[in-house]
Write a protein that binds this ligand. Structure first.
Ligand code: SF4
Length: 363
């Protein structure tokens, strides 16, 4: 692990500053704000392009706006809601950013460069309330939801910090928290991120939202957006899945798979099932055969994730031949399978490892 940087992005504003981050406003909200001041609505797109395309960090830099408008904006809004606290670079090139929020909480964002893409893994909550036993974030409990601005700013801050022209090509909502338990902010952030006119213009095809399986919100997301859906499955046996993921006591495996069968998944798209392979628990060839049987009729692929051991987890990663055998058993039954290579595991940035114990102490 290399400690690549420890710094504050911008000064803390102090508790009496009640200005809101402007990135948290939707296009209609910003237009309405302008309209109330007798200003033309097209200015909203202009401001948004400065924020989301030109990476502006202040209103003063928005040089094609009048001085009066810049001043009015600065009187009510700020640019940015995060301060970078620390940045850790992994041997494999992944970078984990620790961002401090206005209330002193800390969230993590992971930058993952690969040959053909640059992926950013975003957080949507401080901690998480779903209590999956294999997950380090779960140990924090749920502290609070992130706002729309705090989700969007993770992308903007990483872009600003990279070399000129750094482009994030793919986004995965797989960091701290359950995105669909914070539906409105996640949905609002997706609107900004995918808006091709004045938002970031990242294609929904390049975005994956991962869920533990909150069925009503899954359906809503698939009806309202065109992003990819990934579901943490980990077992098709209720006893095992409930042990790993308490949410299974609310929505059983049968209910989850039934819901998947009826989701409006666009043609040529597949639901991704994430399957954490844990030695002795769900990694036998018989488990793979049962999984393949239960997934029949669902257009899907399976990502196998060998467990990343972390302190206090009590689970082990299966040996490589067992991982191999599991994948082969699925493939032989016609299931599309990828085995995920852990990235950033030396900086505790791999799946299920995001945890920041000092979440409120750093203000
Ligand atoms: S795995 Fe995801 S849903 Fe489960 S506790 Fe961790 S962050 Fe929450």
């Amino acid at each position: 692990m290399i400690e690549a940087g420890t710094q504050t992005a911008r000064p803390d504003r102090g508790s009496r500053d009640h200005r809101r981050p402007v990135e948290g406003l939707s296009q209609p909200e910003l237009s309405a704000w302008l309209d109330a001041r007798g200003l033309p609505a097209y200015r909203a797109d202009q401001i948004r392009r400065w924020l989301f395309r030109k990476r502006a960090t202040s209103f003063e830099g928005m040089t094609d706006l009048s001085g009066a408008l810049r001043q009015a904006l600065a009187g009510e809004f700020v640019v940015g809601s995060l301060a970078m606290q620390q940045c850790l670079e992994s041997r494999d090139g992944s970078v984990k950013y620790l961002f401090r929020l206005g209330d002193g909480s800390v969230v993590e964002t992971v930058y993952i460069p690969e040959a053909d893409r640059v992926t950013l893994c975003l957080s949507t909550q401080v901690g998480c309330g779903l209590g999956c036993v294999f997950c380090a974030t779960a140990r924090m409990g749920l502290k609070r939801n992130l706002t729309q601005a705090e989700i969007v700013d993770q992308v903007l801050e990483v872009q600003r910090r990279g070399p000129e022209g750094t482009r994030i090509s793919n986004l995965v909502f797989m960091g701290m928290g359950e995105p669909l338990a914070n539906y409105d902010a996640t949905r609002g952030a997706l609107d900004v991120i995918t808006d091709a006119r004045s938002g970031m213009g990242i294609s929904p095809r390049k975005i994956t939202v991962s869920t533990a399986g909150l069925l009503p919100q899954m359906r809503r997301l698939m009806e309202e957006t065109r992003v990819n859906l990934a579901i943490s499955l980990h077992s098709v046996r209720d006893a095992v899945r409930s042990e790993l993921m308490p949410v299974n006591r609310k929505y059983s495996v049968a209910q989850l798979l039934e819901c998947c069968r009826s989701l409006p998944v666009p043609r040529r798209k597949r639901i991704t099932f994430e399957y954490l392979l844990i030695s002795g628990l769900n990694d036998l060839a018989a488990d793979a055969a049962e999984l393949a049987g239960k997934l029949r009729g669902i257009r899907c692929k399976v990502n196998l994730i060998p467990f990343n051991p972390h302190e206090g987890s009590g689970y082990r990663r299966p040996p490589d031949p067992a991982i191999e055998r599991f994948g082969e058993t699925l493939r032989a039954r016609g299931v599309q399978v990828n085995v995920r290579r852990p990235r950033g595991d030396d900086i505790q940035a791999a799946c299920g490892q995001l945890y920041h114990a000092a979440d409120t102490s750093a203000a």
